[in-house]
Design a binder for this molecule. Structure first.
Ligand SMILES: Cc1cc2nc3c(=O)[nH]c(=O)nc-3n(C[C@H](O)[C@H](O)[C@H](O)COP(=O)(O)O)c2cc1C
Length: 172
């Protein structure tokens, strides 16, 4: 890609480049006074160990965005490789109010709904919300973390669900 590309070309190539980023698939859950909601997201990245924190990038057009602006807490539920149907449901295949009918959802003492058999639950206190372009970057400080074995997260790469295999386990 040359530097004098048109912005349309740049956007297209940028999209193709990002499809080559493998990312773990999560369902982000949160609740305000009246509503709870969950949404599939891959734009989830570690931020710092001190304090233990991460970022989640959420489109401002989504219902989750409205709820997270009001909420004090959210949970990052990293899916296991056999939970593709939850990723589909929570990215629009199932209406918002019916999504929690699928899978083993529970509610924490703080009122955050979480997936009991996810690969990981990271319960976060919302520390900041930074709007940028079409999205808002939510910074979460981890309060509680549940980690489950075996390590088999659901991965999204090139618009396809995948799973990771350690390099050493490949036959030479
Ligand atoms: C694999 C995958 C990853 C996604 N990652 C994000 C993300 O990081 N941020 C985001 O705002 N939307 C993301 N989406 C889109 C939302 O899940 C989708 O637009 C959602 O249905 C819209 O929210 P609502 O229907 O709950 O309002 C992703 C969708 C899929 C299938």
């Amino acid at each position: 890609m040359s530097l004098d590309s048109t912005s349309d070309e740049l956007r297209e190539t940028f999209k193709r480049a990002l499809r080559r980023f493998p990312a773990a698939v999560s369902v982000i859950t949160s609740a305000d006074q009246n509503r709870r909601h969950g949404m599939t997201a891959t734009a989830v990245t570690s931020l710092s160990l001190d304090p233990p924190s991460l970022i989640v990038c959420v489109n401002q057009q989504t219902l989750l965005h409205d709820i997270m602006l009001l909420a004090r807490r959210f949970c990052v539920n990293v899916l296991r490789r056999d939970q593709i149907s939850l990723s589909s449901a929570f990215s629009g295949a199932v209406p918002a109010e019916e999504r929690f009918g699928l899978g083993q959802w529970m509610t924490s003492a703080e009122g955050v709904t979480y997936l009991a058999d996810a690969q990981i639950n990271i319960f976060c206190k919302k520390a900041a919300a930074v709007p940028y372009g079409t999205h808002t970057i939510f910074i979460g400080e981890a309060e509680t973390v549940n980690v489950r074995d075996p390590i088999e997260p659901l991965i999204y790469q090139d618009a396809t669900y995948c799973f990771s295999v350690p390099h050493d386990s490949q036959a030479a």
